[in-house]
Design a protein around this ligand. Structure first.
Ligand code: GDP
Length: 424
């Protein structure tokens, strides 16, 4: 039995999905434990290219059981669409290989709408939300107003919760956003239409996991986003509304008593960030554009261009510590083949002082990157499968990071496809 979490070390989009797809073969159960359809995992395998927002990335492995845990928020309409698209592409999905926690929250259409109204209200001060309703639904969860997936199985209780929720929401909407009220019948219709499709998948994921543990099965936790987006430990308020940390994986799965044994931290070979908030060393020049083009840095969920910077050791070391990473996967090393030399941010300069520890969020606005500049390799490395066959400069880049981050780099990926990876 092995219990592993695959987590993001930075701002998200590190390539977690491809690592879950790669490793899922060795695990019996894959669990998504937080977040909603606000971020996307891109998986490239023999069935095609998939942009998964909610489905666990283990869905492509026929023997793997996939769970959406307690900590996830689910837009029913979106999930139905995602299942259908995957099925149309030849992926087999049924309650045999996908289960949804009865305690996961339902992200309603008005959560999406509220997300948009709030960004419009904020104007220039907007957060850069993905407009998928994630912060409104997590907010309502904390206010104890949301619906859980299990409510779909109990229509009377579902309708009581929905009526209370819509009544409260309408009071808020009228005063804050001056919008038309939410139509209760329309929402019931929406729940019927998509809820009926998903009902067979709903279960107590805690029981499923307890049985898996009793049968000595191996479990892989799949996070969304990265450590710097954690609601408590990230760059608040430019965070997500959930916890992408490995420590939260058992909580968000359905069986809080599970002990995570291995934490694979996924780190991109350079930095990217979507949305607003501080981002030290942001490259808004031609170098940044070169990396963005070479890395295809456009959001999987929204298509938005990602902000780009060189590797930030200060932020990454912080992410490694927050995640308790036992090993790292360094992704997209091939993208850096486009550079003649490769700066790495080894410290920040704040008020004239060099700082190696990630500072409290408002100080990030004053932080200037301090770079070490490493030689580039400037050739195609996407066919390399052995570490020793990488150009010396590429090996040195990996070894430099391994030392600076004080964590073994076990995997180095050199292309998006499943087999484009070096295992050390
Ligand atoms: P995730 O949310 O952490 O799974 O990351 P995303 O899927 O949002 O973004 C990662 C992107 O990089 C996807 O388009 C992947 O196909 C792609 N990718 C992953 N690993 C590599 C790699 O080693 N090289 C290249 N060129 N692309 C990669």
């Amino acid at each position: 039995m092995s219990i592993t979490a695959i987590v993001g070390i930075n701002w998200g989009d590190e390539g977690k999905g491809r690592m879950v797809d790669y490793l899922a073969d060795h695990y019996d159960v894959v669990v998504r434990y937080q977040g909603g359809n606000n971020a996307g995992h891109t998986v490239v395998n023999d069935l095609g290219t998939f942009k998964l927002n909610l489905l666990p990335s283990g869905i492509f492995r026929p023997q793997t059981l996939n769970l959406l845990g307690v900590g996830v928020v689910i837009d029913l309409e979106h999930l139905c669409g995602e299942i259908k698209r995957a099925q149309d592409a030849g992926v087999s999905i049924s309650p045999q290989n996908l289960r949804i926690s009865d305690r996961a929250m339902i992200c309603m259409p008005f959560h999406r709408w509220q997300d948009r109204w709030e960004e419009e209200r904020l104007g220039a001060a907007k957060f850069g939300s993905t407009m998928r309703g994630i912060s409104p639904v997590y907010g309502d969860k904390a206010m104890k107003k949301s619906l859980q997936m299990g409510d779909l199985l109990y229509p009377a209780s579902r309708d009581t919760h929905l009526e209370r929720l819509v009544d409260w929401k309408n009071a808020l909407i009228r005063s804050a956003y001056h919008c038309d009220p939410i139509d209760l019948d329309e929402m019931k219709q929406w729940l019927d239409t998509y809820g009926d499709i998903l009902k067979p998948y709903i279960c107590d994921t805690g029981e499923v996991l307890a049985q898996a543990i009793a049968a000595n099965k191996s479990i892989l936790f799949e996070a969304q986003l990265g450590a710097l987006r954690d609601l408590d430990y990230g760059i608040y308020p430019y965070t997500s509304s959930s916890s992408p940390l490995a420590a939260y994986a058992p909580m968000g799965s359905g069986l809080p008593s599970i002990k995570v044994e291995n934490v694979v931290g996924v780190v991109k070979a350079y930095s990217t960030c979507v949305g607003e908030g501080p981002f030290v060393g942001e490259l808004d020049d031609t170098q940044g554009e070169r990396i963005r083009q070479a890395g295809g840095e456009y959001g999987a969920a929204t298509g938005r261009p990602r902000r780009v910077a060189y590797m930030d050791v200060v932020a990454t070391r912080h992410g490694v510590a927050l995640q308790g990473a036992t090993e790292l996967a360094l992704t997209k090393l091939d993208v850096l083949s486009c550079l003649e030399e490769i700066p790495v941010c080894r410290a920040y300069r704040i008020d004239g002082q060099e700082v190696e520890r990630f500072p409290y969020t408002p100080l990030l606005d004053q932080a200037e990157p301090v770079y070490d500049v490493l030689p580039g390799w400037h050739c195609d490395i996407s066919n390399v499968r052995q570490f020793s066959e990488l150009p010396k400069a590429a090996q040195d880049y990996v070894l430099y990071l391994e030392k600076a981050l004080a964590c073994p780099i076990r995997y180095v990926s050199v292309g998006p496809a499943r087999e484009e990876i070096i295992v050390r």
